[in-house]
Design a protein around this ligand. Structure first.
Ligand code: PRT
Ligand code: ZN
Length: 304
């Protein structure tokens, strides 16, 4: 979709990320691994892109979907939980959402879970009928309750949701959980998962104009490369040709290896990009199977 005729075309891309909090540093690190660098403004709210015309706006995570919807920012890095909570289309106001998830980014993992006091002999969701559930995610919780056909009261709290049952504000809670330590510390136990979440790259539901579209495509290509190699290592070794059939099955997570013939006789040199962990144990197994000169190298970049 093209912008209206009177809208000046912006020739820089603007990405909103969390100013401080759990996603702030990993989001910056991921964008930096895509070759982006910035000059920070004095107020630390804006970072001017130096290596590419891609700027950052540093904001509260809750503001990110709205900033994309209003066109103030083009893209954003935000938890799926926040994005879906603010997803107007799904929350039933009839308006199609102006933003959507473009990529899952593999950090900030957590789940939106329903939790009840340890002493509750939980038999299933129907037990929530007529109960009060405290949450900061009223839209996601209401949608879930509706899908389950359960009539319960949603008590909206902006923080410290986990103490609501002890304060008598609610019988159950619906909150984000990662390690589960907060729930245990408050004598609560998770009983249902409503959403598996992680940080995502969010973007508009419609296409960009050609200038920003080209920049976004460039960023996505780099991002896909960076995500693909995030846990990858380049494994190099030598081995006699006749041992390949027993060595290759030890590399199930590797892309097809590059195989080079060495000048002297029947030995081969192999390079394999492994997407799983290359542990000492794996190296020892490969050595036992006949590999020599094993070397593990970090991968800095990859463009498919
Ligand atoms: O200031 P701003 O509004 O930007 O930040 P915020 O305080 O709203 O968000 P922040 O930084 O706490 O979280 C940002 C995003 O990180 C969330 O939207 C999630 O997508 C993701 N995330 C991942 C989490 C957690 N893990 C998490 N554990 N967000 C919050 N928690 C909280 C949870 O609410 C609970 O209080 O941690 C506690 C539970 O942790 P465990 O490890 O004890 O289970
Ligand atoms: Zn927030």
């Amino acid at each position: 979709m093209s912008p209206p005729a009177n809208t000046p075309v912006r020739d820089r891309l603007r990405i909103a990320i969390q100013k401080s909090g759990r996603l702030a540093e990993p989001a910056r690190a991921l964008l930096a691994s895509c070759g982006l660098s910035w000059r920070e403004s004095r107020d630390r709210l804006f970072c001017y892109g130096e290596s590419l015309p891609i700027d950052l706006l540093l904001v509260r995570d809750d503001d990110i979907p709205g900033l994309i919807a209003d066109g103030v920012c083009d893209l954003g890095i935000v938890g799926r939980n926040v994005l879906l909570e603010q997803d107007g289309g799904r929350s039933g106001n009839g308006q199609p959402s102006a933003f959507r998830e473009w990529r899952a980014l593999g950090f900030g993992g957590c789940r939106l879970a329903l939790a009840v006091p340890d002493a509750w002999d939980w038999q299933g969701p129907q037990e929530l009928t007529g109960k009060r559930i405290a949450t900061s995610y009223p839209a996601l919780l209401s949608r879930w309750l509706e899908a389950q056909g359960i009539a319960a009261d949603v008590v909206l709290l902006s923080g410290s949701v986990e103490i609501a049952p002890r304060l008598g504000q609610a019988e159950a809670i619906c909150d984000l959980v990662s390690s589960g330590a907060t729930l245990s510390a408050n004598q609560l136990k998770p009983v249902m998962t409503l959403l598996e979440s992680e940080a995502v790259l969010a973007g508009p539901s419609v296409e960009f104009d050609p200038v920003r579209g080209e920049l976004a495509d460039l960023l996505l290509r780099r991002l896909d490369g960076a995500l693909r190699i995030r846990h990858s290592k380049l494994l190099m070794f030598q081995a006699p040709r006749n041992l390949l059939p027993s060595l290759l099955p030890l590399l199930p997570d590797a892309e097809t290896p590059t195989v080079m013939r060495l000048d002297d006789g029947d030995d081969l040199a192999l390079q394999a990009l492994c997407h799983g962990a290359v542990t000492w144990q794996r190296l020892e197994e490969l050595k036992r199977a006949g590999a020599r000169g094993l070397m593990v190298l970090p991968v800095e970049g990859m463009l498919a």
